[in-house]
Write a protein that binds this ligand. Structure first.
Ligand code: SF4
Length: 60
């Protein structure tokens, strides 16, 4: 299950901007995974988001 480590996330917004079907920014200024995300269907995007996150905050 894809998740964002809030302790690592620096709130840059890149994941939410690029993969808005998966991530959104939350009230704490950090990214979060949208509810009901189909991990299988979004596997490629999730992989890219993990690779592109500057803080290595996304894991699967
Ligand atoms: S790309 Fe990484 S650091 Fe930037 S908002 Fe998303 S999880 Fe946080």
């Amino acid at each position: 299950m894809v998740k964002v480590n809030k302790n690592k996330c620096i709130g840059c917004g890149a994941c939410a901007a690029t993969y808005s079907e998966i991530f959104h920014m939350e009230e704490d200024g950090k990214a979060g995974v949208k509810s009901g995300v189909d991990a299988k269907k979004n596997a490629k995007s999730i992989k890219e988001a993990i690779k592109n996150c500057p803080a290595e905050a996304i894991s699967n």
